[in-house]
Ligand binder design. Structure first.
Ligand code: AR6
Length: 175
């Protein structure tokens, strides 16, 4: 599996699956979540509502992942995952890593060959970008050996500063 870094908007990526940095309600929000629902159209929210009612009455727990249609996005599936809110008193990095491994495992199950991740938890959830980048890249690196279908894992970073920390994390993990 190739790990690629791209600076840009995750909603325009032509990949099989796009990962949404959602919240437990699965009912939308700001940031990546807002952009995905805005560009993907109402079908995504309709499926999220069904999932809430049928499988997640108490919400999707952080670190888990679930898939819906991608609506009008140029991709087949949206994989919703919920990152942990950053905490200075509690180490939640295993949950952030789990977001990546759960999303990748689900992509494999669906038959996706490519997947795009945003920088989960680095916006509204307040995780320091460089630390989140290290955790995300390490998690994908580790999951590589168990991924047989997914050939490309793309991190789509909105701004140059986030792109730069992911580039550093990737070089460190290759070393
Ligand atoms: N494409 C790529 N990256 C983006 C885009 C985009 N279109 N928009 C924002 N980012 P966030 P979180 C970057 O806040 O921290 C929502 O309200 C952004 O610059 O989207 O996991 C949810 O509903 C940042 O680096 O996700 C939850 O309540 C990164 O994506 C909560 O925010 C993640 O920022 C989740 O917070």
């Amino acid at each position: 599996m190739e790990i690629r870094l791209v600076q840009g908007d995750i909603t325009t990526q032509q990949v099989d699956a796009v990962v949404n940095a959602a919240n437990s309600s699965l009912l939308g929000g700001g940031g990546v979540d807002g952009a995905i629902h805005r560009h993907g159209g109402p079908q995504i929210l309709a499926e999220c509502r069904q999932l809430r009612a049928s499988r997640y009455p108490d919400g999707l727990p952080p670190g888990q992942a679930v898939a819906t249609t991608a609506g009008e996005l140029p991709t087949r599936w949206v994989i919703h995952t919920v990152g942990p809110v950053y905490s200075v008193t509690e180490d939640r990095s295993a949950t952030l890593a789990a977001c990546h491994t759960s999303a990748l495992a689900l992509a494999e199950e669906l038959g996706a060959r490519s997947i795009a991740f945003p920088a989960i938890s680095t916006g509204a959830f307040g995780w320091p970008r460089d630390d989140a980048a290290r955790i995300a890249v390490a998690a994908v690196h580790q999951a590589r050996s168990s991924a047989s279908l997914v050939r490309e894992c793309r991190f789509v970073l909105m701004d140059t500063a986030t792109y730069a920390v992911f580039e550093q994390a990737r070089s460190a993990s290759d070393a």
